[in-house]
Design a protein around this ligand. Sequence first.
Ligand code: TYD
Length: 226
Amino acid sequence: MKGCFLVFEGPEGAGKSLQIGRLAERLAASGVTHTVTREPGGTATAEAIRSVLLDRPELRLDGIAELLLFSASRRAHVEEVVRPALKRGEVVLCDRFELSTRVYQGWGRGVAAKTIDQVTRAATGGLLPDLYLVLDVPVRVGLDRQGQDLEDPGQLGFFGPAPDRIELEKRSFRERVRKGYRELAAEEERIAVVDGSGTPEEVEGRILGLLDERFPDRFEGASFPL
Ligand code: TYD
């Protein structure tokens, strides 16, 4: 069977990893071979670049430097993980892909769309997902789910790990990111916005509905109750 590349996107705190885990469980239960992976990461090279990008808030990186580093990490990830899994005919569930770069480095940091496009093509060889599922939640909800303070995103709440470089960004950055996702979704068929509010079960129901609609045969078994 042909591989299928599904990418989950959205702001921090939208519940991507939770939903990817649930879908992976369903696929396993219905015997669909799949690979779960994430950006920036998924290979030793990509993990090393990830730690420069995210774990070192003291490093000074502008939008272009971030674009290049995320793209280098993406290169390794596409070649070593994504393409081989698609070639084997698997469903690939990936946490973030080039849409994150367009939105965070483009809308967030102001890097020109043309520059992002050129670098991304070099990194991915033009590979795009079959579908992007953007989990959309208001900025306030995302921050609450992360346990962060809205006025001071660097301030930790009661739970959650220390915020990374990008999570330390201010609210206006997060608002631009959300707008970027929504506007790009309005322009591109490949990008679907899923309402990420409500309970995990409600969000999961919306995701399964969307997959049924877009890929009528492929995910049939996976939408049955577990
Ligand atoms: P991660 O710890 O994976 O967080 P999340 O659970 O929110 O996905 O961190 C990824 C961070 O990197 C997140 O803030 C988005 C950002 N990012 C970019 O800015 N550009 C990119 O191309 C990618 C893939 C991620």
